[in-house]
Write a protein that binds this ligand. Structure first.
Ligand SMILES: Cc1cc2nc3c(=O)[nH]c(=O)nc-3n(C[C@H](O)[C@H](O)[C@H](O)COP(=O)(O)OP(=O)(O)OC[C@H]3O[C@@H](n4cnc5c(N)ncnc54)[C@H](O)[C@@H]3O)c2cc1C
Length: 433
């Protein structure tokens, strides 16, 4: 292709996966173009984890991590996760002197700022002499006769031997998400599992009419379930009441499995048999029902108890003496708290989602190399694929691990080792994230 700038590899999308992949290919001595339509790179990393980036999870050390991923084929992630573990990413941060800590359930966060992770990736790219093309759109991609690809971009024509698609999912369009990667995949015959918002708050009809909007801000530990039979999933996590619905880790996790029309069941008092406790021998008890309920369910905030007892079924008994409340009412009250059935009317959508479920179907991608089975030298990495991690650092880890696999396949190496001279080079480089 005459007049085109030639690279060994072009990576489209300079997010978590794209930067990791480009850096490793560059460090192996190959020329790499890293192309992104945005002016600021790594924006999702910057806003992640409340500004501290939950970059991986210790549970991904030495376990079969597929249980933490949603996909048509969750087992697809096994090879990549065994090849690149949480400890490997921690070792990278250690080499760059980035401090981090574990919050809970194995979740690892930066001590200082998510920008530290961006800086690490930028420095790795600099050591690999990656050529940056920011604010650059790719208007057309064509398979070239030599087995590579021709790219028509806003910065001119590019030619590459290997093409890596790392354009992510649809979550958070405000920081650059687009469906471009899906369109490119379709161009080469790939099937797209319909993308849906995941790790996203859910909404409910008649929320305000039931008085639940008044509970906005309340958080409490719950057990949440959805689905039936083999499809059933359950999480023990915190629930957060919002003005328009529910959020918090419990809802975000279940949202990655929820399908429109499915109901949710929430146990607001996990590990207590509230109905049995309410129906115990109450003879001689002088306290009111609401007092008894507060004693039996100490994790339930007062405001929530008040709204619950204001429901037409229970309101007539709220001020009654506990001993006088009929057995059937107490049973129904207990069950209502532990089998709270809700039918979400929808989610907050991609704007408020932290991830996208669906994407490029993994059946047509090689799990060891991330190479397309339909088009030689074309690779997909990160969230653009039909791989969605649980809350807790699993999505970033998929970005790192899939990027490392693709880079290794492209460079034909099994490992990229940081040499002492590289460490010195890293020290000399000054970047602002
Ligand atoms: C608010 C929020 C918080 C999150 N917190 C966490 C967390 O703490 N832990 C965790 O594991 N995950 C978290 N995630 C999810 C995580 O950010 C993603 O899973 C991860 O960034 C995916 O990496 P990626 O490289 O595949 O895609 P991205 O990081 O999204 O990168 C894609 C890149 O492609 C570029 N791009 C898109 N379209 C085009 C185009 N047409 N042309 C050129 N470039 C394009 C984008 O500008 C972007 O730079 C969070 C997500 C959000 C939205």
């Amino acid at each position: 292709m005459s007049g085109a700038q030639a690279f060994h590899t072009a990576v489209i999308g300079a997010g978590a996966a794209g930067m990791m992949c480009a850096a490793r290919i560059g460090r192996a001595g190959h020329s790499v173009a890293l192309i992104d339509h945005a002016a600021k790179i790594g924006e999702k990393i910057r806003i992640s984890g409340g500004g501290r980036c939950n970059f991986t999870n210790r549970h991904l050390n030495g376990h079969d991590g597929s249980q933490y991923y949603v996909s048509e084929q969750p087992r697809f992630v096994r090879h990549a996760l065994s090849r690149y573990t949480a400890a490997d990413f921690c070792a990278l941060l250690d080499r760059h002197g980035v401090a981090y800590h574990e919050k809970h359930r194995g979740q690892l966060f930066c001590d200082h700022s998510a920008r530290d992770v961006i800086a690490v990736l930028q420095q790795e790219c600099a050591v690999g002499k990656v050529s940056w093309y920011t604010e650059t759109t790719v208007d057309a991609v064509q398979a070239a006769a030599d087995g590579g690809f021709g790219l028509r971009t806003s910065a001119g024509m590019l030619h590459c031997r290997h093409l890596v698609i790392a354009t992510g999912g649809l979550a958070a369009p405000a920081v650059g998400a687009t469906p471009w990667g899906y369109e490119l995949a379709k161009q080469f015959g790939h099937r797209i599992v319909p993308p849906q918002a995941a790790l996203v708050p859910l909404r409910f009809e008649h929320w305000a009419e039931c008085g639940f909007d008044a509970l906005s801000g309340i958080a409490l530990p719950v057990r949440i379930r959805s689905g039936h039979g083999k499809q059933a999933v359950s999480f023990d996590e915190d629930l957060l009441f919002r003005h328009k619905g529910l959020s918090g880790p419990a809802i975000l996790q279940i949202s990655s499995y929820w399908q429109p029309g499915d109901s949710l069941e929430i146990d607001l008092v996990p590990d207590t048999d509230v109905a049995a406790a309410l129906c115990q021998d109450r003879r001689g008890q002088k306290i009111q029902l609401k007092t008894a309920l507060a004693q039996i369910c100490p994790t339930l905030p007062e405001r929530l108890l008040a709204v619950w007892l204001a429901q037409p079924e229970f309101a007539p008994y709220a001020q009654h003496k506990w001993a006088d409340v009929p057995h059937a009412v107490l049973q129904s009250l207990g069950h209502s708290l532990q089998r709270w059935r809700l039918l979400p009317s929808g989610s907050d959508g991609h704007k408020k989602a932290e991830a996208t479920r669906g994407g490029v179907a993994v059946r047509e991608i090689d799990a060891k190399t991330m190479q397309s089975k339909l088009q030689k030298n074309l690779y997909f990495i990160g969230e653009v694929m039909d791989i969605t991690g649980w809350l807790g650092g699993y999505n970033f880890h998929w970005a790192w691990a899939s990027a490392v696999c693709a880079a290794a396949a492209i460079t034909n190496q099994t490992e990229t080792v940081v040499k002492p001279s590289d460490a010195k080079e890293i020290e000399q480089l000054q970047f602002k994230a």
